[in-house]
Design a protein around this ligand. Structure first.
Ligand code: HEC
Ligand code: HEC
Ligand code: HEC
Ligand code: HEC
Ligand code: HEC
Length: 334
């Protein structure tokens, strides 16, 4: 937004300019309150609005050293947990703005664990481990192998650059193949988006996602099959999948010899693997699907009316696409 202001030819007197700067966060806060208090009435207990974003299974990011950091908090499980009566910010005392990657400071003594006489909660030992505190409330896919060339080189959760959006992009891993977002749509005609066959996914927590393919015969009791959306192109009456499996062998071979390649040769080879691929601008990416002009035909894909509405009018879309930073309004005291 700041760049937007800068790029405008500015003929306004300084005073108005200041006012606009001041007005913006207020408008932002009002939008946020509106989303939290009205649209999300199911989450009425989430007064701070944290679950507006954190309610989604699969919200994860890559983290060193042990792989993944789950950011999902299941609403029902949280409210039924021993700490469910507390507001998020009573422990997460430093979270006041979005994005807040790296805000890991936690205080357990704002309400309880003070160790005072009469405090029904005991003081926690010095080095008490808080690791995995929300584990019971989190779901995400641990493993989902596919034969695409993309996955020969990229991990299941490939997004890490943008700290606000990466988690949201990553949650789509369980819903669709890379090409659905990344295919260069100018290079193909008659694009359509449909379910590909079912795959075996390994979950942490409660499984989620969509099961479509009726090949249940092959399903093991302890495994979960999900289906993902893939991109297709139709020419001369023939429909073919654009999920790239034809370059997978070459990609694996590339990985084997990558170290010995000169920078130029490496670059050329990478350009080959990405020749039908484009990186997307976040500002347009969400709207390609989460709007009434969606490239996806939700109805045809089998989503019911309610889910379709949820996906089209996805309320957080504006928050993550339009604004670089915004401060969470203080709806209630800590
Ligand atoms: C607009 C969406 C949004 C809202 C609202 C939101 N969060 Fe987050 N939060 C995120 C995203 C996205 C991440 C992951 C950032 C990243 O990729 O590192 C995150 C990360 C976190 C983390 C992990 C930080 C870390 O790096 O380990 C905590 C803790 C957290 N949020 C708590 C909260 C609390 C408490 C609230 C309410 C006061 C809240 N969030 C509101 C989107 C949101
Ligand atoms: C009673 C204290 C407490 C409350 C209340 C609380 N959290 Fe946490 N939260 C923690 C602790 C402790 C961790 C650190 C867990 C770890 O390091 O593994 C954490 C970690 C997180 C993370 C980072 C991911 C993770 O698992 O490490 C997110 C996201 C998060 N909390 C969101 C929330 C949201 C949203 C709420 C409210 C719905 C909330 N928390 C309420 C104590 C709390
Ligand atoms: C042989 C390994 C390999 C294969 C196969 C591969 N990638 Fe990549 N990809 C990379 C590497 C390495 C980079 C980072 C270097 C670069 O920017 O070229 C990258 C970068 C990207 C980027 C970011 C580009 C940018 O402009 O920043 C996207 C998007 C991407 N890959 C998507 C895909 C998709 C989708 C597929 C499957 C069709 C795929 N990749 C296949 C290795 C691979
Ligand atoms: C829901 C749409 C969506 C899906 C599905 C998706 N991407 Fe992306 N991807 C994006 C957008 C949007 C960006 C641009 C993010 C930015 O500008 O920070 C991006 C950026 C990237 C980047 C650049 C690096 C980064 O950290 O952002 C890579 C690499 C990448 N995607 C690879 C993949 C691969 C591989 C897959 C499949 C496993 C995939 N993407 C699936 C939308 C998607
Ligand atoms: C190529 C289409 C596509 C793009 C691009 C896309 N999404 Fe999605 N998104 C979907 C679909 C389809 C689902 C639901 C899949 C399901 O539930 O089976 C979904 C689900 C979600 C969900 C979970 C919603 C729910 O009700 O379960 C969130 C949050 C989300 N997307 C955010 C985003 C954001 C933010 C962006 C942009 C950075 C984005 N999406 C880009 C297609 C897309």
């Amino acid at each position: 937004m700041e760049t937007h202001l800068k790029n405008n030819i500015d003929f306004r007197p300084g005073k108005i300019k200041k006012m606009k700067k001041f007005l913006f966060p207020i408008l932002m806060a009002m939008t946020f309150c509106f989303i939290v208090l009205t649209v999300n009435n199911v989450l009425a207990l989430d007064e701070g609005g944290c679950l507006t974003c954190h309610q989604y299974p699969g919200l994860v990011r890559f983290a060193k050293p042990d792989g993944l950091k789950a950011l999902h908090i299941d609403e029902v499980k949280y409210f039924n947990s021993p700490h469910g009566k507390l507001r998020c910010i009573q422990c997460h005392i430093t979270i006041v703005k979005v994005p807040h990657a790296g805000e890991t400071k936690i205080d357990c003594t704002t309400e309880c664990h003070k160790g005072d006489k009469g405090d029904k909660e005991k003081k926690l030992p010095e080095n008490y481990s808080l690791k995995g505190f929300h584990r019971q409330e989190q779901s995400f896919i641990v493993k989902l192998k596919d034969e695409s060339s993309c996955r020969a080189c990229h991990p299941l959760y490939p997004h890490s650059d943008n700290t606000l959006v990466r988690g949201f992009l990553n949650l789509h891993a369980g819903f669709m193949f890379c090409e659905v977002c990344h295919i260069n749509r100018n290079k193909f005609i008659n694009l359509s988006y449909e379910w590909e066959s079912s795959e075996n996914a390994e979950f942490s927590g409660k499984p989620f996602g969509t099961f479509y393919n009726p090949r249940t015969k092959n399903a093991h009791k302890d495994s979960h099959f999900i289906s993902r959306i893939a991109a297709f192109t139709t020419s001369n009456g023939k429909k073919r999948s654009l999920t790239n499996i034809w370059d997978t062998a070459r990609a694996k071979a590339f990985l084997g010899k990558e170290k010995n390649l000169k920078p130029d040769a490496k670059k050329k080879e990478l350009a080959y693997f990405h020749k039908d691929i484009e990186k997307k601008e976040i500002s347009v990416a969400c709207n390609e699907c989460h709007s009434s002009k969606s490239i996806l035909d939700y109805n045809k894909l089998g989503f019911d009316e309610r889910k379709t509405k949820d996906l089209i009018y996805l309320n957080i879309k504006g928050l993550v696409t339009k604004y670089k930073t915004f401060y969470l309004p203080h709806l209630f005291d800590r």
